[in-house]
Design a protein around this ligand. Structure first.
Ligand SMILES: NC(=O)c1ccc[n+]([C@@H]2O[C@H](COP(=O)([O-])OP(=O)(O)OC[C@H]3O[C@@H](n4cnc5c(N)ncnc54)[C@H](O)[C@@H]3O)[C@@H](O)[C@H]2O)c1
Length: 347
């Protein structure tokens, strides 16, 4: 695009997220700058030593250092050598563990004097929702015009080099130009990019983390319950898992859906059998259900002699869309309402 000396600079590039990312870009043939305020980390990287364990990174680091495509710097001026800056610095929380923007105030003050006009700036650390908009305002106040995006990192430490290629990359952008530039950037690595707004991407990352922590927490809780009940948790785990998760693998789900595929041929015959069903049936349908339109519910109601039909102002998930009405219908039904359904003839 311009005469920038470096294809991309990673701010915080000596860290767990930044370094594998920088190495991966360099491995695609790009000239990559690592800007980091920790000089001892930069020294180690410069000597070809990975500062932490990351599968395959030792060899890759030596390879890209030998190629001369990696530049290490603790001088923010290096930001002026690129049209693409990726910012990966720690998650900001204050002394009460609440979200803090101070770190981004500092980062903006640090980069603003050096940023090239029109540069693509990517925020990549895990942040409080609205941080990207906040950074956009701060940059504007410093008189910088850039394309700003939020593209979260989702790798598991230790597996970054593989996952940067295998995971889809979420591109959070509030305008098309920024989105296109960020997609082009990450398209060098990721097999696929997915467009969202900046705030959606910020939340997507937080939800991903939260979901993961909930899974850890619930597993710990199960273990504690099993332990206090004096039983072996691993036995329960094996019993739960065996042939259960795998019931969805391969063609099993499709196989189990044979009855759906048989509908067109068998429904006419089944329809004729419906009047023989004497059990009371409460039919609840959603007026706006496009998956199973309410005409299906009317079809059943016309043929089941002891049925009651209620069509709610809901979509397919009636029990969620109209939870109160749904619960009231079910409660009435099981507390005796079923006894008052008339026969089809009486309706
Ligand atoms: N580690 C992970 O697996 C992982 C995964 C996804 C997201 N994240 C998020 O990415 C962010 C970074 O995490 P990390 O694990 O890489 O942290 P890290 O502490 O390993 O790395 C941060 C790096 O940034 C440098 N740095 C800090 N302030 C700087 C500044 N103002 N200018 C230049 N360099 C600066 C530090 O010296 C350090 O090398 C966090 O928000 C984290 O939540 C981490």
């Amino acid at each position: 695009m311009t005469d920038a000396g470096l294809d991309v600079v990673v701010l915080g590039g000596g860290g767990h997220v930044g370094l594998p990312l920088a190495l991966s870009f360099a491995d695609t043939g790009w000239r990559v700058g690592i800007y980091d305020i920790n000089p001892s980390t930069l020294d180690r990287i410069g000597r070809g030593e990975m500062p932490f364990l990351e599968h395959g990174a030792d060899d890759l680091l030596r390879k890209v250092l030998a190629s001369g495509r990696l530049e290490l710097s603790s001088d923010p001026k290096t930001i002026g050598d690129t049209d693409r800056l990726i910012i990966v610095i720690g998650t900001p929380v204050d002394e009460f563990l609440g979200p803090s923007m101070t770190i981004f105030d500092h980062a903006v003050a640090e980069i603003a004097p050096h940023l090239r006009d029109g540069a693509l700036v990517v925020l990549r650390s895990t942040v409080y929702p609205g941080t990207t908009e906040y950074v956009a305002q701060r940059l504007e106040e410093h008189g910088r015009e850039v394309d700003l995006t939020f593209c979260p990192e989702r790798i598991a430490e230790g597996h970054a080099l593989e996952e940067l290629h295998s995971l889809p990359q979420i591109i959070g952008a509030d305008d098309d130009q920024a989105a296109d530039r960020a997609s082009e950037l990450f398209g060098r690595l990721a097999r696929k990019t997915i467009r969202t707004t900046t705030k959606e991407a910020e939340l997507a990352k937080l939800f991903t983390n939260t979901w993961r922590y909930m899974k850890f927490a619930v597993a710990n809780q199960f273990f504690t319950i099993a332990h206090s009940a004096g039983v072996d948790y691993t036995n329960i785990l094996h019993a739960i898992r065996e042939d259960y998760l795998s019931s969805y693998q391969g063609d099993r789900f499709i196989e189990s859906m044979r009855y759906v595929r048989a509908y067109p041929a068998q429904l006419p015959a089944l329809g004729e059998m419906l009047p023989q069903i004497r059990t009371p049936v409460q039919i609840i349908a959603g007026r706006h259900d496009t998956a199973v339109p309410p005409v299906n519910a009317e079809f059943l109601h016309d043929r089941l002699p002891h049925s009651k039909l209620d069509i709610l102002d809901a979509g397919h998930f009636t029990w969620e869309d109209a939870a109160g009405e749904y619960a009231a219908l079910v409660t009435t039904w099981w507390s005796g309402g079923y006894a008052t359904t008339g026969s089809a003839a009486a309706r």
